[in-house]
Every structure is written in structure tokens, then in C-alpha cells.
Design a protein around this ligand. Structure first.
Ligand code: 5GP
Length: 173
């Protein structure tokens, strides 16, 4: 049985940073409307809190992807389980992710969505584990850089558990 032993990022720190990111996005996209694309399921809580801090017309859409491999290691081969509901052609798109680890998932998604001719496309991630990166992805907004620990909470799971923790914790066996 795994347990969450340490709080890596507490609730107040998350809230503060998400507010700052929302303000930055509001400034950068001033005068435009934005389509937030959430990657299910991990990004759901971050997307919903971030969206409330973006003071622009915003729409949501969601994708579900699975990477072939074990639950903690991605393989780089990505399968789309749920595609977007709407076309993104000509729209300003921001992909919202929970965490970038190897970068393989986002590298695939970014290139795949770019082919659909959005007006612009950016990536926003709450967490970044730079030490694990295998492919470089152009990330526009990063909440926190974290060490190579397996984290849960604020949308992130282990075996579908812990998503509802209001903080980011480190899971230890
Ligand atoms: P990447 O393709 O960048 O290696 O993997 C990204 C995906 O791996 C994330 O969207 C997430 O689902 C999963 N992942 C990577 N690191 C962690 C972690 O520390 N905790 C959890 N819960 N998921 C992780």
C-alpha cells in the first residue's frame, strides 16, 4: 500500500501560483478569446482553477490519451482515447497539462494539434520534471519545476486515487 508522505506544494502556494499564471495568460492573450484544451484526467482540477483566473472569453475542450506502457513510465506511443469535440482551426489554443515528465505525451499532442491549423498553440503545465525530459517541448507556462519524485494530488493520481488532495504530495511505497 502506497502512502503520501510529504507535502511538496501546499494548497496556499498552489493557489497563489495558479493566480499568477492566470494573470500572465490574461496579459499575453489580451483582446483574444482562448480555447483551453485539458488533457484528461489529471489536468481537470488545474484547468478549472486556472480558467477562473483568466479574465478573457474562454472555452474548454478535453482530450484523453493513453501512452502504451506501465502506469508510471510512458513509452512515447500515444493513442487518442477521446478526441476534441470541436475544430480548432483558426483558434488560439492552450494545451493544459498536469505534469511534463519525459515530454513524450505532449510532444505527440502538440504536433498532432498543430496539424489542425490553430491560429496559435501553446502549452501550459502545472508541474515540470526537467530532469526526466527525453524530448524538448515548447512549454510557454510552467507552474513549478519539481524533482524526480512520483507526485499525486490536485488532479494527479496513482491508480485513480489521490486526485482530490488539495495539495501536491510525494507518494512513497
Ligand atoms: P510524459 O509523456 O511527459 O512522460 O508523461 C506525462 C504523463 O505521465 C502525465 O500526464 C501523467 O499522467 C504521468 N506522470 C508523469 N509523472 C507523474 C507523476 O509524478 N505523478 C503522476 N501521478 N503522474 C505522472
Amino acid at each position: 500500500m502506497s502512502t503520501v508522505t510529504d507535502i511538496l506544494i501546499d494548497e496556499a502556494t498552489l493557489k497563489q501560483r495558479v493566480q499568477e499564471m492566470g494573470a500572465e495568460i490574461t496579459r499575453d492573450y489580451a483582446g483574444q478569446s482562448l480555447l483551453l484544451i485539458g488533457v484528461l484526467k489529471g489536468a481537470v482540477i488545474f484547468l478549472s482553477e486556472l480558467a477562473q483566473q483568466i479574465k478573457l472569453p474562454v472555452a474548454f475542450d478535453f482530450m484523453a490519451v493513453s501512452s502504451y506502457g506501465s502506469s508510471t513510465e510512458s513509452s512515447g506511443v500515444v493513442r487518442i482515447l477521446k478526441d476534441l469535440d470541436e475544430s480548432i482551426e483558426g483558434r488560439h489554443v492552450l494545451i493544459v497539462e498536469d505534469i511534463i515528465d519525459t515530454g513524450l505525451t505532449l510532444d505527440y499532442l502538440y504536433r498532432h494539434l498543430q496539424n489542425r491549423k490553430p491560429a496559435s498553440i501553446g502549452i501550459c503545465t502545472l508541474l515540470d520534471k526537467p530532469s526526466r525530459r527525453l524530448v524538448e517541448v515548447p512549454v510557454k507556462y510552467i507552474g513549478f519545476q519539481i524533482p524526480d519524485d512520483f507526485v499525486v494530488g490536485y488532479g494527479l493520481d496513482f491508480d485513480e486515487r489521490y486526485r482530490n488532495l488539495p495539495y501536491i504530495g510525494v507518494l512513497k511505497p
